[in-house]
Design a binder for this molecule. Structure first.
Ligand code: PBG
Length: 334
């Protein structure tokens, strides 16, 4: 017997598939994470992330120009300081590399794009943890909140428009919101890295920021086994006043992303992290995988699962590609 219902009708040609695509990506949905390092005279390639570099201020400015030109939605800045100490002083110093880079780029490009900053201490502490340590060596949640509050004010004063709270301390959104409001920065938005998992996928990033960490972050980042807890973290952050919530990493956590997207009344973002990038680049460099299809499929899947915006190291390239193919045709390409 021949079927009367034939889903294949809608897949029969490239134009038909393009018309039927349920998921489309626009360049403005892509945010570019960038590393700006202190004391460099020229950009330094990051070995674990082929194609990515630690920027000087000048090369960062050129990269932001390219991002704007390509239609990328915004940039997320990370600082790589030369000096580190136990409390991460460089994070709150207006002359610290992240605050300097933010001021430099926000002043030039703040009207043309959204300049965002990573708000976390790990790049600035000599022990590499995301917070300050108690006498017994554990990460002291409440003492860290005070550092985050100061860091938030420094970043807002430098001109960051969205602060990316990535440290996974309890109460960080509420504390930072209060600090910003008290200082008059009522329009500075908070992006909460709400469901952030203790994953092996951050490995390449540790090289990108010259991380000093020797242990792990399992007492503050989430256990990869926990799905319900990811939603709980996101709902808590929304209750604390987060303007945007995020799930990170993206690809291995699409279930959590879908849960958060279904429940959230604020925008939901996802971070396609360094390991997701490195795995594809490495396999592609060996000729083991079709790089372009893999990138398109990964981004499509993240958006399909519910992300409104994706932080991705491929942001410029993908935005350029989408621009040349006609906006929103990625769904037809994968
Ligand atoms: C914390 C932070 C990390 C990443 C973004 N913000 C590292 C970590 O939590 O260990 C990882 C991003 C990536 O892997 O691409 N400052």
């Amino acid at each position: 017997m021949s079927p009367t219902i034939r889903p294949r009708r809608l897949r029969q040609s490239a134009p038909m598939r393009r018309l039927m695509a349920e998921t489309r990506i626009h360049p403005a949905q892509l945010v570019l994470p960038m590393f700006v390092a202190e004391g460099l005279s020229e950009p330094r390639p990051i070995g674990s992330m082929p194609g990515q570099v630690q920027h000087t201020l000048d090369s960062a400015a050129q990269e932001v120009e390219r991002a704007i030109e390509a239609g990328v939605g915004g940039i997320m800045l990370f600082g790589v300081p030369q000096e580190k100490d136990a409390v991460g002083s460089g994070a709150t110093d207006p002359d610290g590399i992240l605050n300097r880079a933010t001021a430099f780029l926000a002043e030039r490009f703040g009207d043309a794009t959204v300049v965002q900053t990573d708000l976390c201490l790990d790049e600035f502490t000599d022990h590499g943890h995301c917070g300050v340590l108690a006498a017994d060596g554990s990460v002291d949640n409440d003492a860290t909140l005070e550092r985050y509050a100061a860091m938030a004010i420094a970043q807002a004063e430098a001109g960051s428009q969205i602060l990316g709270l990535s440290g996974m301390m309890d109460g960080q959104v509420e504390r930072v919101r209060a600090a910003l409001d008290e200082a008059g920065h009522v329009d500075t938005a908070i992006l909460a890295y709400s469901a952030k998992y203790a994953t092996a996928l951050y490995g390449p990033f540790r090289e990108a920021v010259d991380s000093s960490l020797t242990g792990d972050r399992k007492t503050y980042q989430q256990d990869p086994a926990n799905r319900r807890e990811g939603l709980r973290e996101a709902l808590l952050d929304i209750a604390e006043g987060a303007d945007i919530v995020m799930v990170k990493p993206a690809s291995l956590y699409l279930d959590v992303l879908a849960d958060v997207a279904a429940a959230s009344d604020v925008p939901v973002w996802a971070y396609q992290v360094s390991g997701e990038y490195a795995m594809v680049e490495a396999a592609a460099a060996n000729g083991w995988i079709d790089r372009d299809r893999m990138i398109a499929e990964s981004l499509t899947s993240i958006v399909r699962a519910g992300a409104d915006v994706v932080l991705t190291y491929w942001a410029i390239e993908q935005a350029q590609l989408l621009g040349t193919m006609g906006l929103g045709s990625m769904g037809g390409r994968s």
